[in-house]
Design a protein around this ligand. Structure first.
Ligand SMILES: N[C@@H](CCC(=O)N[C@@H](CS)C(=O)NCC(=O)O)C(=O)O
Length: 239
């Protein structure tokens, strides 16, 4: 049985990491039996990030590498039938979502002083109380440094939000009004885009990113459509 290791729920969201949620959606869509297990300390992951996947003795870390692994394992089912243009379009939108827009979502949680207490509660409750503020503060400094090195962290909040708006607009314009990127069923790149939006929109309480995303209703409809089609939601849903 495949074993997918993901972050525990937080901020009222069942699968809080877009990379973990994307992989869960992909496994479900491929019809592969799998179980999920939680790891609260990403530092203990093989590459210090989640998700990672066990297939017997084989361990694959990184959601994109997991997709490549599953594609090989299933004889090409992950990208089956996609033209090179469809793959290029899907990958470009995925990179935009995961390598640029994602960071504004992270900043809206970690670097907003008003929202920060939710991060401490959601991610750092596992640290004994006397050390919690110290551990959380160290992690926050790392995130601030990473955001600065990424480049977005050098801009004013207003400019960061405008970068996010342009990304959200591009995603909204890049996905179809009905159906999915490659026809009538969602595929890997749909999962990447929808999972990025899902947690950021459903996290409680709302962040400034959640507010911005409301300006893109077509993108939010698409996000819902992908989750409904694969039957995997980032948030908790009644069956
Ligand atoms: N490129 C990686 C990104 C994974 C990632 O950034 N995961 C986050 C959770 S959303 C994480 O584990 N962060 C912990 C850290 O950076 O310390 C993938 O696609 O798997």
């Amino acid at each position: 049985m495949l074993k997918l290791v993901v972050l525990p729920p937080a901020f009222g969201v069942r699968n809080i990491s877009p990379f973990c949620l994307k992989t869960e959606m992909l496994l479900k869509s491929l019809g592969l039996p799998f179980e999920m297990t939680e790891l609260a300390h990403p530092a203990k992951a093989p590459k210090g990030k989640l998700p990672f996947l066990y297939d017997g003795d084989t361990c694959v870390a990184d959601s994109e590498l997991i997709a490549e692994y599953l594609d090989a394992k299933t004889g090409g089912q992950v990208y089956a039938g996609m033209t090179p243009q469809q793959k290029a379009h899907g990958l470009a939108l995925t990179r935009l979502a995961e390598e640029h827009l994602y960071w504004t979502g992270v900043a809206s949680r970690w670097l907003d002083d008003d929202w920060w207490p939710n991060v401490v509660k959601g991610f750092f409750h596992i640290i004994p109380a006397p050390f919690r503020a110290l551990g959380a503060g160290m992690a926050r400094r790392e995130v601030r440094k990473t955001y600065y090195l990424q480049g977005l962290g050098r801009h004013s909040l207003e400019d960061q939000q405008d970068f996010a708006r342009r990304d959200l607009q591009a995603l909204q314009d890049g996905v179809p009004d009905q159906g999915f990127l490659c026809g009538d069923r969602p595929r890997y790149h749909d999962f990447a885009i929808a999972s990025l939006l899902a947690g950021m929109v459903d996290n409680q309480p709302a962040t400034w990113f959640t507010g911005l995303a409301q300006e893109y209703p077509k993108l939010l409809d698409y996000t819902e459509r992908v989750q409904a089609a694969v039957g995997v939601y980032g948030r908790h849903v009644e069956n």
